[in-house]
Design a protein around this ligand. Structure first.
Ligand SMILES: C[S@@+](CC[C@H](N)C(=O)[O-])C[C@H]1O[C@@H](n2cnc3c(N)ncnc32)[C@H](O)[C@@H]1O
Length: 320
């Protein structure tokens, strides 16, 4: 029977340290460096990003102030103020600070909404490699008529679902581990969020994926797994699949080597400026990441819907 809510989360929690084929060497090492508890706290060193609990009025004020240059980057998007408000509401419900990690995701939503209407209840929004359920929660808030699917490694997926439940305690969550469970979950009006462990990501080809998002996560996967995700995005039953991809140009896998296609209809393509700046308490307080090695590139568009084995990504215009 399909696992739901507490049972699904408990199952993932218990499975968190089991072997997984979809871990890159990078994640094989890093997944063992931290543990989680059922309150969603991380113990040890995690490379998942951060969701600080300390959210005094002073901290919130300081972060809001420090975020000014990044927030301005969203001014060109019609819904950026609304997306930030939604993000702040979700962060409060999750008991976490609206930090730069959260702002990055709110800006991403604003950029997506500038180009794409997240309507059409038949289609789902897919987040590959979310962190603390941040993008998943934003989608639930911005596009409540669409189901959200989260695909992630087991331990981070457990954390994603724990955080989604903090923000949306009344929403039913299910874990799909085989084709029947996914099909049942997709047709069940009560289920709004579906978790899929990365090792079962082949199932996603059954889901009508209207929009998929991947933020600084494909960069840490082997190219073979990145290619599998692209195959799923190109072959799933939705008439159109939009994809927002935001990753370092060079890391475990390289952005330019992902299987892009010349017929992908791209709306935005360039350096992700809000990922290039961060702030801390060291003067000059705002710092730019090294432009050569650590450039984060983002691209949004509708993917050409053909099997990727027929595609040549060589011809696509590469980042300068
Ligand atoms: C650096 S974190 C990024 C978190 C968040 N998207 C952000 O922008 O802060 C990378 C994420 O990719 C996930 N990940 C790694 N390998 C994966 C795979 N094969 N399939 C799906 N997610 C994966 C990790 O578990 C983690 O959640």
């Amino acid at each position: 029977m399909i696992k739901k809510d507490d049972i699904a989360i408990r199952y993932l929690f218990d499975q968190g340290d089991e072997e997984e084929e979809s871990r890159s060497v990078y994640w094989e090492y890093h997944i063992r460096e931290f543990s989680i508890d059922m309150d969603g706290l991380i113990h040890g060193n995690s490379t998942l990003g951060s969701a600080p609990k300390a959210r005094s009025a002073l901290r919130r004020f300081m972060h809001r102030l420090m975020q000014t240059p990044m927030r301005r980057l969203g001014d060109k998007y019609q819904f950026s103020a609304e997306c930030e408000k939604q993000g702040r509401r979700i962060a409060a419900r999750q008991g976490r600070l609206f930090n730069l990690d959260f702002l990055r995701h709110s800006l991403t939503l604003a950029m997506i909404l500038q180009h794409i209407e997240l309507k059409g209840p038949g289609d789902v929004n897919l987040v590959i490699g979310d962190g603390f359920g941040t993008m998943g929660s934003l989608f639930l808030e911005a596009s409540p008529e669409r189901k959200v699917i989260l695909a992630n490694l087991t331990k981070p997926l457990c954390l994603d679902l724990l955080y989604i439940r903090k923000a949306f305690p009344d929403v039913t969550i299910a874990l799909a581990s085989n084709k029947k469970e996914l099909v049942d979950a997709l047709s069940d009006n009560n289920i709004k969020v579906i978790g899929v462990q990365a090792d079962n990501s082949g199932l996603l080809a059954e889901a009508p994926i209207g929009l998929a998002v991947n933020i600084v996560s494909m960069q840490e996967m082997d190219l073979s797994f990145v290619s599998q995700y692209f195959d799923i995005l190109r072959q799933n039953p939705a008439a159109k699949t939009a994809f927002y991809c935001c990753n370092r140009r060079f890391k475990i896998s390289n952005f330019e080597e992902y299987p892009w296609h010349t017929d992908d209809a791209i709306f935005e393509n360039g350096v992700c400026e809000w990922s290039q700046i961060y702030y801390d308490l060291k003067a000059p307080f705002w710092h730019h990441r090294n432009r050569d090695k650590k450039v984060v590139w983002h691209r949004l568009g509708y993917l050409n819907k053909e099997p990727s084995s027929d595609l040549s990504h060589e011809q696509l215009k590469k980042p300068e």
